[in-house]
Design a protein around this ligand. Structure first.
Ligand SMILES: C=C(O[C@@H]1C=C(C(=O)O)C=C[C@H]1O)C(=O)O
Length: 411
């Protein structure tokens, strides 16, 4: 894909306060939904005022930031609400691998937002576009599941190879992923998946952008004015079947040297990437436990203040790819992923989120997600591999991670 910008010469943008719209997902009129929702708050968008497609390259984030600065800088903006996410907004998803050409930013014609008891509607252009439901969503039916690039046993072999390379000293950690495919008997409507994900995983960031739909627990970076926050995740166990078994599993994860090692690679890299950009960077001395409906993770929340006026996308550029989804050292891990996974991740494990004209925004790591393509979808799940990893346990962990999207598709 070549660099392409489809946009009018000048965006005319109007943001106005509106009455609380309640549930954001139910306001989406089309299957091609844009969304970023957590605990019922966030933004949804539809229609397309502008689209930027980016070729591969390490500079895809800074190129995107520069193009958006130009587009939004030339816009005629009336935004009396002036909150993060008001005025023009671009939703985006970036390819995981700089060699992959899948990165895209979309500026919707309509954005409906709700945050801290306030709600707003942003319109770009003046064509009529009522908030009422235009196409009633249908739940996916006739699902047929299949392996993606590799059947389970072959992926287990890839994990075993990675463990050997790590034990041989080539690298400290690599994150290996696999994909599953599913076919439905009619085009899959993102809104059904968003509804199920937002209801079941309210604490995750439920997202949709250009067909990539999921609910990620991992916040790569949020910028609100000069403040930034990140939530690093690495180290995972499935929930237990009984309260006692669940507590045991959580306690074992918390005490596990192998999981602490996996986590430390990721938290240290994020700290080192943010430190030169921040004053007052707060890094917890040890991880805490994040409990989701299906998993426990080790989690490190970081926060700080930017020392210069950088767009959230400039901070994304400094962070991606973290060892939560790639490995350590980054280059060696990226090469091993290319060698062993046998697939292109596309935008899975890449940054997904939104940015506004002030440079505020929220970007997660696209996990627990699927790429929709008409009647088909590709689901992705990956696991951090270190010297002590066991292929069978990693396969089981990946299966557990797939379950979020399997639930979204089949209820
Ligand atoms: C790679 C994924 O998740 C990442 C890997 C984790 C791990 O290996 O413990 C935990 C959270 C994420 O950073 C995924 O869900 O696909």
């Amino acid at each position: 894909m070549k660099l392409a910008v489809t946009a009018p010469d000048r965006l005319v943008v109007r943001t106005a306060p509106v009455a609380d719209p309640g549930d954001l997902v139910s306001r989406l009129p089309h299957p091609s939904a844009l969304a970023w929702i957590r605990h019922g708050e966030g933004i949804v968008g539809w229609g397309e005022a502008a689209r930027i497609t980016l070729p591969g390259g390490e500079d895809r984030f800074t190129t995107a930031a520069a193009l958006l600065r130009e587009l939004f800088g030339a816009a005629d903006i009336d935004d009396p609400v002036a909150l993060p996410g008001t005025g023009p907004v671009a939703f985006g998803g970036f390819a995981f691998d700089p060699k992959s050409p899948d990165s895209v930013l979309i500026v919707p014609r309509r954005v409906l937002g709700r945050r801290d008891g306030r709600a707003w509607l942003t319109t770009i252009g003046d064509d009529a576009d009522p908030l009422s439901l235009v196409h009633e969503p249908h739940v996916p039916t006739g699902l047929t599941w299949g392996d993606g690039a590799m059947p389970a046993h072959a992926w287990g072999d890839a994990v075993a190879t990675a463990v050997q390379r790590i034990r041989g000293g080539a690298l400290g950690k690599v994150v290996l992923a696999r994909d599953l495919t599913v076919h439905a008997d009619a085009p899959i409507d993102a809104r059904v998946l968003l509804r199920r994900l937002a209801d079941r995983f309210p604490g995750c960031y439920t997202f949709s952008c250009a067909g990539l739909v999921g609910a990620t627990p991992e916040l790569l970076i949020r910028r609100t004015g000069g403040d930034i926050e990140s939530l690093v995740l690495a180290g995972t166990t499935a929930r237990g079947d009984t309260p006692g078994a669940d507590r045991d599993r959580a306690a074992r994860l918390f005490a596990s040297a192998k999981d602490r090692e996996e986590h430390r690679y990721a938290a240290d890299m994020v700290r080192d990437a943010l430190a030169p950009l921040c004053a007052d960077l707060h890094v917890p001395a040890e991880p805490e436990l994040l409990t989701l409906p299906n998993l426990h993770h080790l989690a490190s929340p970081l926060r700080g203040r930017l020392t210069a006026d950088r767009s959230v996308l400039d901070v994304v550029a400094a962070l991606h790819p973290t060892p939560a989804v790639c490995g350590t050292p980054t280059g060696t891990a990226m090469d091993l992923i290319r060698e062993l996974e046998g697939m292109d991740r596309g935008r899975y494990a890449g940054p997904v989120g939104w940015v506004d004209a002030r440079g505020d925004g929220e970007w997660g790591i696209a996990l627990r997600c699927a790429q929709l393509d008409g009647t088909r979808a590709r689901l992705f799940a990956g696991c951090g591999i270190v010297a002590d990893s066991d292929p069978a346990a990693e396969l089981a962990e990946a299966q557990t991670k797939f379950r979020a999207m399997q639930y979204a598709l089949q209820g």
